[in-house]
Design a protein around this ligand. Structure first.
Ligand SMILES: [Mg+2]
Length: 333
């Protein structure tokens, strides 16, 4: 497995699953699948959290783990501009796990389900050598309302919601600087790590303003931007100084020399903000509406280019450099 990156493995699976299938509008390879369902589109997504890989038991409470497992799935629905509807939860448990741990986990799942107006309607339990939590969600969107990763075109503006790098900062804090966990900035970072927010309303609003492509930032800006550009067949130029670095990362960098806020913002992952491309004239009204409706910032990061121009990072010296897609890869190393 180690010789294939996660993206290469996904490409190989996509090839195997390719071909016409009745009722499938968008198959594997986007944030969620789109399928025909009456006069609307059904939206399907699944995500698995594995102990020791996607979470560490000592660093998270079962309640937060449950909450996060559902929220990150809802984030994939948000990235399609869909409304969440139902969820299924499959759980693999080592034999020594306490029943109270499982009850707390479901408490967190339930809290997130209530938050996003979604019902958990079933699932499965099995035993495993480590905890494995797999959540599947469904949503819906109008026939023309869905936004995929594939619609960005040269000239579009590249925009992102919220601020970046806080979840990666929270993980760094939890591992390397736990004594600052109760500071105001430390709490901000840990909240971003443990209680991610799925931008459901924001995704629908961006779609209303004509978003041409959208992806949620699960693995970091540089890697997820490369995925969007590949699906759309375009390049991009990101202005380094425009990247909205979460303000608490400056405090973390003061406490922990070696922490680079810009790097966490670009490669950290798990921010679950939405990266969207918009027609230039839509950026200002979309930003104003996101602020009014949700108190969420929308930042213009740069522009979409032709594919042949590559993916570039414009530095403060005015020079463009290739932006290497580096971020979270399950099979790296
Ligand atoms: Mg996604």
């Amino acid at each position: 497995m180690s010789r294939l990156s996660e993206d290469e493995l996904i490409q190989a699976i996509r090839k195997l699953l390719s071909g016409q299938a009745p009722g499938v509008v968008v198959g594997p390879g986007d944030d969620a699948a789109l399928v025909e369902m009456g006069d609307r589109l059904g939206v399907l997504s699944t995500d698995m959290l594995v102990e020791g890989v996607d979470f560490e038991l000592g660093l998270t409470s079962p309640h937060d783990l449950g909450y996060k497992a559902l929220a990150v799935n809802v984030s994939d629905l948000a990235a399609m501009a869909a409304s969440p509807r139902f969820a299924l939860v499959a759980l693999g448990l080592p034999k020594d796990v306490e029943p109270s741990w499982v009850v707390e986990l479901y408490g967190g799942l339930r809290e997130a389900a209530d938050e996003y107006a979604l019902s958990i309607v079933g699932g499965d339990l099995s035993s495993a050598s480590q905890i494995v939590l797999s959540v599947t969600v469904t949503g819906e969107v109008s026939n023309r309302g869905a936004v995929t990763r594939a619609g960005a075109g040269p000239g579009d503006r590249l925009c992102v919601t919220g601020a970046l790098g806080a979840a990666a900062g929270g993980l760094t804090l939890a591992r390397e600087r736990p004594r600052d966990a109760s500071t105001a900035w430390g709490r901000d970072l840990l909240l971003a790590l443990n209680r991610p927010v799925a931008r459901v309303g924001e995704g629908q609003t961006l779609a209303q303003f004509g978003a041409t492509a959208m992806i949620d930032l699960s693995d970091g800006l540089s890697l997820d931007l490369a995925r969007m550009c590949r699906e759309s067949g375009v390049g991009a130029r990101v202005v380094s100084a425009s990247i909205p670095i979460h303000p608490a990362l400056a405090e973390l960098a003061r406490a922990l020399p070696g922490v680079e806020p810009l790097r966490l913002a670009m490669e950290g992952g798990e921010d679950f903000e939405l990266l969207a491309t918009l027609p230039e004239e839509s950026v200002a009204p979309a930003a104003a509406t996101l602020g009014e409706r949700f108190g969420t910032r929308l930042t213009d990061l740069g522009e979409i280019l032709q594919a042949g121009e590559g993916i570039l990072l414009a530095g403060s010296d005015g020079r463009d450099r290739p932006l290497e897609p580096r971020g979270w890869d399950h099979f790296a190393g």
